[in-house]
Design a protein around this ligand. Structure first.
Ligand SMILES: Nc1ncnc2c1ncn2[C@@H]1O[C@H](COP(=O)(O)OP(=O)(O)OP(=O)(O)O)[C@@H](O)[C@H]1O
Ligand SMILES: [Mg+2]
Length: 227
């Protein structure tokens, strides 16, 4: 059974003026432990797709199955979706949404605190992961006192703290220099290898995308195999 099975997915935005169809009839199957890259032009719908896969947005049509269970049907309550987001999925987005008043450790602990783990357990998990990503010496810096690459690593650590089976990464290294970006990619490959975590990674960086075993291109609302 695949970890993720997306069938005839559609998303149309109705907010402004005429309806804007972004995703249509999109199909995607991802096995547990896979790493899948998604490329595509700006505005193609890559972020929209990740938002739906992470249950941050609801689709207009089609189905998303996670581990054999439908994510959106029958219409789930908001708490059920929030629990899915908290337990099953880790998010690494370019504008990473770290909380400015919290330090590195507190930011990385957040998902575990939300999930109701004890402060001690959350702290231990976060400290371990932050050490793994090389931030043991920055536990009490606020985001504003960290470099861009360090902030990305905090966001990555935060995405791992609940040990999710699926990590959705949207341009995880988009605003970083090559060497720092490459380090974060190395970390993703390491987590994939060690824990079997499944990754779906959106990137504009063709060279980094070429490191991924499987690459799809989002165009005309669907996923195609890139030429
Ligand atoms: N909340 C929204 N309401 C209306 N239209 C939206 C909304 N969010 C995104 N769109 C539109 O949907 C299309 C797809 O947006 P999306 O952010 O998914 O693109 P993308 O592939 O991630 O692009 P980029 O590579 O620039 O990040 C865009 O044309 C965008 O303007
Ligand atoms: Mg985007």
């Amino acid at each position: 059974m695949p970890l993720l099975d997306v069938k005839a997915l559609a998303k149309t935005y109705y907010e402004v003026g005429a309806p804007l169809p972004v995703l249509q009839d999109l199909e995607l199957t991802v096995e547990a432990g896979e790493m899948v890259g998604i490329v595509g032009d700006s505005g193609a719908g890559k972020s929209t797709l990740l938002y739906i896969l992470g249950a941050l947005e609801r689709p207009s049509g089609g189905e998303v199955w996670f581990d054999g269970k439908p994510v959106f049907h029958p219409a789930p309550s908001d708490p059920a979706l929030a629990e899915f987001r908290n337990r099953e999925v880790g998010f690494v987005f370019q504008f990473h949404g770290l909380i400015p008043e919290f330090d590195t450790l507190e930011n990385a602990m957040m998902p575990a605190m939300i999930a109701g783990l004890s402060r001690r357990e959350a702290g231990e998990r976060a400290r371990q992961i932050l050490t793994d990503v090389g931030l043991a010496e920055r536990l009490h810096h606020k985001p504003g006192e960290l470099s861009g690459g360090e902030q990305q690593r905090v966001a990555f650590a935060r995405s791992l703290v609940m040990r999710p089976r699926l990590i959705l990464a949207d341009e995880p290294t988009g605003n970083l220099d090559t060497a720092t970006g490459e380090k974060i990619w190395d970390l993703m490959f390491e987590v994939n290898k060690q824990r079997g975590t499944t990754f779906i990674v959106v990137t504009h960086n063709e060279r980094l995308a070429a490191r991924l075993p499987r690459l799809r291109r989002l165009a005309n609302g669907r996923l195609e195999n890139p030429e």
